[in-house]
Design a protein around this ligand. Structure first.
Ligand code: MN
Length: 254
């Protein structure tokens, strides 16, 4: 471990053995010392949960894609906290991904990937979340190469406090990517969000999901950029306050 190089934490919500995590690690190893800490099993859509009521373990494991990492029984956000306060001497950058599946619009509030990057920002560390915006036959390498380029600049330029970057990369060969768009968080809506079925004993069960009615936010949104074949970079802020409504509330009779 060369302490003079940037110290980078790589984590995800797809689990320590996910291919996207190792492809990201390999790309970032060119610019810093990478420590990999990730959940021992897939924890997608676990949001920003942290573990407060049971012991957390950190176990060194060898990775089928090469090298070693630390597996935890915790959530993606736990990984960031553990790495920062129990494992790494210091951390210059947190990168979460490369996630299998888009993190666009309001979906990012469910995302373990984006939440891990948020946890980095909460810890005062510049952070990037990166996803390939598709669910099958993913080539993670274009996303990894772009993330390394972005990470290099984040390390040079820094990010303001409480800000993280959410990156979505279309699942296209590198030469078919049409550019990089700086975007805003879009809107996604689902149709048929709950399916009701019967189990073999005749009792109802429910399955969440539904069809995405594609991004309805329009111009400048993350989803629009990805549909146009562009890499979407959305700066996110931890402060969720609606300032206009805050103003308005002052006029309410409370
Ligand atoms: Mn995931």
């Amino acid at each position: 471990m060369d302490e003079n190089r940037p110290q980078i934490l790589v984590t995800n919500d797809d689990g320590i053995f996910a291919e996207g995590l190792s492809v990201l690690r390999d790309a970032l190893a060119e610019i810093g010392e990478v420590t990999m800490v990730a959940p021992e099993r897939p924890r997608s859509a676990s949001g920003h949960a942290i573990t407060l009521h049971k012991p957390l373990r950190l176990e060194k494991v060898s990775i089928p894609w090469g090298g070693e990492g630390y597996a935890t029984n915790g959530t993606p956000s736990d990984c960031v906290v553990l790495a920062n306060f129990a494992l790494m001497s210091h951390c210059d950058l947190v990168v979460a991904g490369i996630n299998l599946g888009p993190n666009l619009g309001e979906d990012l509030t469910y995302s373990g990937t984006v939440s891990a990057a948020m946890e980095g920002a909460i810890c005062g560390i510049p952070a990037i979340a990166v996803s390939v915006a598709d669910f099958e036959y993913l080539d993670y390498r274009p996303a990894a190469r772009f993330t390394a380029r972005l990470a290099r600049q984040v390390l040079q330029r820094g990010l303001p406090p409480d800000v993280l970057l959410n990156v979505n990369v279309p699942n296209l060969p590198e030469e078919e990517l049409t550019g990089v768009a700086i975007t805003r968080q879009g809107k996604r809506r689902y149709e048929g969000r709950v399916e009701r079925r019967l189990d073999p004993r005749g009792r109802a069960y429910f399955w969440l999901g539904g069809e995405i009615i594609e991004d309805i936010a329009g111009a400048g949104s993350d989803g629009e950029a990805v549909r146009a074949g562009k890499i979407s970079v959305t700066p996110l802020h931890l402060d969720l306050t609606s300032y206009p409504v805050s103003e308005a509330l002052h006029g309410w009779d409370l």
